[in-house]
Design a binder for this molecule. Structure first.
Ligand code: ZN
Ligand code: ZN
Length: 505
């Protein structure tokens, strides 16, 4: 179909379309309600929603198709990311022209759309600042420094990402810059690790889904409220025994399956609907996302819709990596994150979550990941009963477990309650200084009494703080990252602790 005809059909359907909103983590922009008033914006970054394409098979939420994307490129627009539903973040040319493209809404992100909700709660003092793709890295750094943030150069940060420390009250000023797309908390792991690995987000044919977007549609459920997915390995890495590699990916699937009403089973034929194809490849591998750098470990296509079959849900791993089990690049940890995308989850803003934009060594899902997947599919076993339930296999007889003696109750009067420590100064858990030592102080409480407060550093120093219920210490720092742990003890030997991460230049 020619582009002109495609546009004509889109315009005909404009009035009939009820429309889903633009899904941001901060809000949903209801384009149907707000209507589209053609106007121009001074900014360089526009969020644009396009009408859904016509035809019953295409009625579901889909990214703008190849003809529309080609026309946008011809008019000088650059597609930066996809957002549900049917929306794109565009970098606009000097004289942007969106006429006759079936636009149902366009406008800039508000500063409030760029601030993770988590930033209103507890702040560690370290933040991940994301800039729109293509923003000059020097400009990004100067914007952050202009508002008093310190920029930490960490190997492996995704393009456009800055790791900064500073006062969270100044984040609003950062969000006022049009070049900034999103700001979320950063955990100490990002500062401590020698090299980090990030995920560009679940991908669609029109681009990755940005971290400020809310990706929460997932796969449509069957009549019983369940989602049954199949998977097939097109190839596995040579870096591991093939059975080991497969079992690590399957372990990731079963971890999600444990908590949500989804099942994964091996596929009998390639190319079926709701089938996750898994491949290990280097460089170009048949989609528009070649593995051009070793820092991209993997990518995964979001479910259908918005992606078409058969690519929806497919997981691609970069075979240039040193895949390992519990060492090197841990295949289970990466597969666990990518399987979350294959199920329809976007990125979490919680630094410890499996679905945070940066991978960490995982042994399983966190509460945040479990809540997210259960919000999509319900808890495992929660689907309505099938009218014709399959015959349950008879479980094999299992020997009765050996009886264990009951645990000895603690002798009465023994104190088992650990003290509680609070670090009052510094008031962030991640700080950056140039001094050779850190003055640290705080309080400690206990049901009986605090007998000692001691400190240790990850660089090998230790000592005792002066005071107990109110304590202070001066801790020596080495250049680089120091984790300072404060531990309070009671007379029974119970202890409680708090830690602060200090980066010294
Ligand atoms: Zn990801
Ligand atoms: Zn790929």
């Amino acid at each position: 179909m020619s582009f002109i005809r495609a546009v004509g059909v889109v315009l005909l359907c404009q009035c009939a379309w009820g429309g889903g909103g633009i899904r941001l983590k901060s809000r949903t922009i209801d384009s149907a309600q707000e209507g589209y008033r053609p106007r121009t914006f001074p900014g360089k970054y526009w969020l644009v929603q396009f009408n859904r394409p016509p035809g019953p098979e295409l009625r579901a939420n889909r990214p703008p198709g190849p003809e529309l994307r080609a026309e946008l490129a011809r008019r000088g627009f650059r597609i930066l990311s996809y957002l549900p539903e049917s929306s794109l973040m565009l970098e606009v040319p000097d004289a942007p022209d969106l006429r006759d493209l079936g636009v149902s809404w366009s406008g800039p992100l508000d500063p409030g759309d760029k601030l993770s909700r988590l930033l209103t709660e507890e702040n560690s003092g370290a933040f991940l600042v994301e800039f729109h793709p293509g923003v000059n890295p020097l400009l990004a750094r100067s914007i952050a420094r202009q508002h008093g943030f310190e920029v930490h150069e960490v190997d492996g940060l995704l393009p456009g990402h800055l790791l900064v420390t500073g006062n969270h009250h100044a984040l609003k000023l950062l969000a006022d810059h049009q070049e900034v797309s999103y700001i979320l908390p950063a955990g100490p792991e990002l500062l401590v690790r020698r090299r980090v690995y990030g995920c560009p987000g679940p991908i669609t044919e029109a681009g990755p889904i940005a971290d400020y977007a809310l990706a929460d549609s997932g796969w449509p459920k069957d009549a019983q409220g369940h989602v049954a997915l199949q998977y097939m390995f097109d190839s596995v890495t040579q870096k591991l025994d093939a059975n080991v590699a497969r079992s690590q990916v399957e372990r990731a699937f079963s971890e999600w399956q444990r908590y949500a009403s989804v099942t994964f089973s091996p596929a009998l034929q390639a190319g079926a609907a709701r089938e996750i194809e898994i491949l290990f490849a280097t460089g170009a591998h048949g989609d528009s996302y070649p593995f051009t750098s070793i820092t991209t470990l993997a990518h995964t296509f979001y479910p259908a819709p918005p992606n078409p079959e058969p690519v929806a849900g497919d997981m691609h791993f970069n075979d240039a990596e040193t895949w390992g089990v519990g060492m090197g690049i841990d295949l289970f940890s990466v597969a666990l994150h990518e399987a979350g995308h294959a199920l329809g989850l976007g990125h979490s803003d919680i630094p410890t979550a499996v679905m945070y934009p940066y991978y960490s060594l995982s042994t399983g899902l966190t509460n945040d990941d479990i809540a997210a997947i259960q919000a999509l599919y319900g808890a495992a076993g929660s689907q309505t009963a099938s009218p014709n339930p399959p015959a349950a296999p008879t479980p094999p007889a299992t020997p009765a477990p050996p009886t264990t003696p009951p645990a000895t109750p603690p002798p009465t009067g023994k104190d088992t309650v650990p003290p509680t420590v609070t670090i009052v100064s510094p008031n962030y858990t991640i700080v950056s200084i140039s001094a050779a030592s850190l003055a640290i102080s705080g309080t400690a409480t206990d049901n009986v009494g605090v007998t000692a407060v001691k400190w240790t550093t990850s660089t090998g120093n230790s000592g005792t703080a002066s005071g107990t219920s109110s304590w202070s210490a001066t801790v020596p720092l080495l250049v680089g990252t120091n984790t300072v742990t404060i531990r309070a003890y009671d007379a029974a030997g119970n202890s409680g602790w708090r830690a602060v991460t200090v980066v010294r230049h």
